[in-house]
Design a protein around this ligand. Structure first.
Ligand code: ATP
Length: 473
């Protein structure tokens, strides 16, 4: 999808009628910024003054030929794609132009659709190339230019900061984005951040596709005409109209109904949609960002998600890591949510025992940041003294005084491992020493947490540790 409004095209041809017809054709195809020149000597001075995204160049012109210009353009403006358009249908000339850096070579009279699709393709490829080089620069410079756009996302993780940098670059593109990640990892926050960083003036409009059948999807997104169906007493503009000049965020895209997938594909390809009960196409310029916690590629393989829609969506992809894969964020998020919850609940921000961070890092947070946020809000709501109690967290995380029955399998694995290593059945003392050692490692040396993991009291663990030390050779 190329957005004609954002690109400037220059057409150079000494024949006025060609300039006129090519300009009209491209304007009709949605390209609004078009410059024309019938004198090739003025091309370079124009390029010094204006930003041009693509050039359509005639080959045979008086004064400076198109071929001469092509050499200069490839040398000084290699990022601008040049489409050569000429009456000469000769293979040698075409090959020479392509070697000289032309993006494509079209023979006059050029079929309208051919010229438009060639221009769109060239712009798509060059804008992707530009993004790649910006991305490279950005990643090498290792900084975010607009940190305000990402301020709602609290993180000190290098993985997340690389993601923010990538998002800042793709924010400038109008191509769709797929955001993938487990529930609660911050997909909607990232989508909002991309919208803010894009500088788009329109709104950020979220729509949850889960549970919408095709009728509901069409009505919600595209709206309806008055009288379109029983009960449609008023016309309704859909959310896509609200997202005009902004971003439409489609959450849970993996659950989108098959028929709705076709409508979304049309919207992405043609930037067009139909309101329910209308056969008049409407135009949308909203940027589309989608999110899912499912594997879209896998869904395409099983036929549950259209291949062509996937390929339309997949230009930019963001994969958010689960919280358990960025343990360095536990402590900053804990402080952030303590602050936020204390403010919201009008309480003083409590302090917490240092073991809390270790305890939280041991947990795998299937609900990710959302789960952590809820846990902390609840603990702050319940607590009365100045220091948070670990009890509520222990309960949630499931570390109980007695190990669960299902623990027998891993224990068998431990015993088997020791049996192999020792070449005999290990003694009870050896198994115990091993487990105590592992628990202490997992708990970062915190005896309270290690004791909980082992199902001991802290005093019992302390005794065992002392005994282990005495048994050291
Ligand atoms: N890095 C973060 N910093 C602060 N808050 C966060 C962060 N990530 C997520 N959150 C919070 O966690 C909650 C869930 O975030 P969000 O809705 O963006 O996740 P999601 O991945 O879109 O979830 P789902 O897949 O369930 O729709 C929100 O309250 C959000 O504010």
């Amino acid at each position: 999808m190329t957005d004609g409004a954002t690109f400037t095209i220059l057409i150079v041809d000494d024949e006025q009628h060609i300039l006129f017809s090519s300009e009209s054709l491209l304007r009709f195809a949605g390209f609004r910024e078009i410059r024309t020149l019938d004198d090739s000597r003025r091309v370079l001075s124009l390029l010094e003054k204006e930003t041009i995204d693509l050039i359509v160049l005639d080959l045979f012109m008086p004064y400076v030929s198109g071929r001469e210009l092509l050499t200069l353009l490839s040398r000084d403006y290699p990022h601008i794609p040049v489409i050569v358009m000429t009456a000469a249908d000769e293979v040698d000339i075409a090959v020479d132009c392509m070697k000289g850096g032309a993006f494509d070579y079209l023979v006059k009279p050029v079929e309208n659709a051919r010229l438009v699709s060639c221009v769109k393709r060239a712009l798509e490829i060059s804008s992707l190339k530009n993004q790649v080089s910006q991305l490279r620069e950005h990643l090498l410079s290792n900084r975010i230019e607009n940190p305000g756009a990402f301020s709602a996302l609290v993180s000190v993780s290098p993985k997340m900061s690389a993601i923010f940098q990538y998002c800042e670059v793709i924010a400038r593109s109008r191509q769709p984005v797929i955001i993938n990640g487990e529930t609660g990892t911050g997909k909607e926050l990232i989508a909002k951040a991309i919208h803010t960083a894009s500088g788009l003036k329109g709104k950020f409009v979220p729509v949850n596709a889960a549970g919408l059948d095709d009728n509901m999807f069409s009505d919600t997104l595209f709206g309806h005409k008055k009288g379109a169906f029983t009960g449609a007493d008023q016309a309704r503009a859909g959310l896509i109209a609200q997202a005009s000049g902004g971003t439409l965020f489609l959450d849970e895209i993996g659950d989108l109904h098959e028929v709705s997938q076709v409508k979304l594909l049309r919207l992405l390809q043609e930037q067009e949609y139909y309101q329910v009960g209308s056969d008049m196409p409407l135009v949308s310029d909203a940027r589309v960002i989608v999110a899912t916690n499912r594997d879209l590629r896998e869904l395409t393989a099983t036929g549950k998600f259209r291949n062509d829609l996937y390929f339309r969506l997949c230009t930019h992809q963001v994969q958010l890591p689960p919280l358990r894969k960025r343990a360095e964020d536990i402590s900053v998020l804990l402080n952030h949510f303590l602050e936020e919850s204390a403010q919201e609940l009008k309480k003083k921000k409590p302090s917490y025992p240092p073991e809390l961070v270790t305890l939280l890092s041991l947990y795998d947070f299937p609900g990710n940041v959302r789960e952590m946020k809820a846990l902390i809000f609840d603990a702050v709501a319940r607590h009365g003294s100045g220091v948070l109690s670990l009890e509520r967290f222990r309960e949630h995380i499931g570390i109980r005084s007695a190990p669960p029955a299902s623990a027998s399998l891993p224990v068998k694995g431990v015993v088997d491992g020791l049996r192999q290593a020792l070449d005999r059945l290990p003694t009870v003392r050896e198994v115990e020493e091993y487990l105590v050692d592992e628990a202490m490692k997992l708990a970062n040396g915190n005896q309270g947490i290690a004791a909980s993991l082992l199902g001991f009291t802290r005093q019992t663990l302390n005794k065992r540790l002392r005994k282990n030390r005495e048994n050291l050779p």
